[in-house]
Design a protein around this ligand. Structure first.
Ligand SMILES: [Zn+2]
Length: 208
């Protein structure tokens, strides 16, 4: 993956309503200038971990934590590509081997205890999310454990966004949701409209 870096990366702004494992996948994002890496220095990861309620703002993030996060992110993107049959060239993960990706997720999850707890409210059972920790390694283990649950949940549909140039993933939370965002939907419709009115010899027979 050819990943550039830019100033003022919207590390915490990309699809903030997605579950944390998907938000980690989406720390690789793209615009019309190309594909970007949102986690370039430990401070980027520190911001991401705080914004996703995984660590306290004052916790120290090291270069090792950053490496762990990027490796986990690349493993999750590889498994997301497998699950969504994603062939977008720009979205290709730095990790190609499926077994290696599975190993990374399991190894990362194993470095921290599962800290979710069961809670009861009246007659409803619910999961009480993990409280923020001071340790980034435990925070990343939490994301890995959440990813295992998310990637194997029978009722969750992970999608790759096929708008032009997009490299993001999202949970299909509505049957008609086709794109990661309204902006991508608008761009995809504009591209479709353009192709219809400017047919090339190869696309002249394309279905509307
Ligand atoms: Zn998109």
């Amino acid at each position: 993956m050819d990943v550039g870096s830019v100033e003022d990366v919207p590390t915490v702004l990309v699809l903030p309503c997605e579950p944390r494992p998907v938000r980690l996948m989406n720390t690789v994002w793209a615009d019309r200038h190309g594909v970007h890496e949102a986690l370039t220095v430990p401070a980027d990861l520190a911001r991401w971990l705080t914004a996703t309620c995984l660590t306290h703002p004052e916790s120290t993030v090291t270069a090792t934590d950053l490496h762990t996060a990027i490796t986990l992110r690349d493993a999750l993107r590889r498994l997301a590509a497998l699950k969504t049959q994603d062939t977008r060239p720009a979205a290709r993960s730095a990790i190609h081997d499926i077994d290696a990706a599975v190993h990374v997720v399991n190894q990362t999850a194993a470095t921290g205890p599962c800290r979710d707890t069961l809670d009861v409210l009246g007659d409803r059972l619910r999961l009480r999310p993990t409280a923020p920790t001071a340790d980034p390694a435990i925070a990343l283990a939490t994301v890995a454990a959440e990813a295992i649950a998310l990637l194997t949940a029978p009722d969750l549909i992970l999608n790759a966004c096929h708008a032009p140039g997009c490299v993001l993933y999202f949970i299909k939370d509505h049957p008609r949701r086709e794109w990661c965002s309204t902006a991508c939907g608008n761009r995809a419709r504009a591209a479709r409209h353009y192709r219809r009115h400017h047919p090339t010899p190869n696309s002249a027979t394309e279905a509307p």
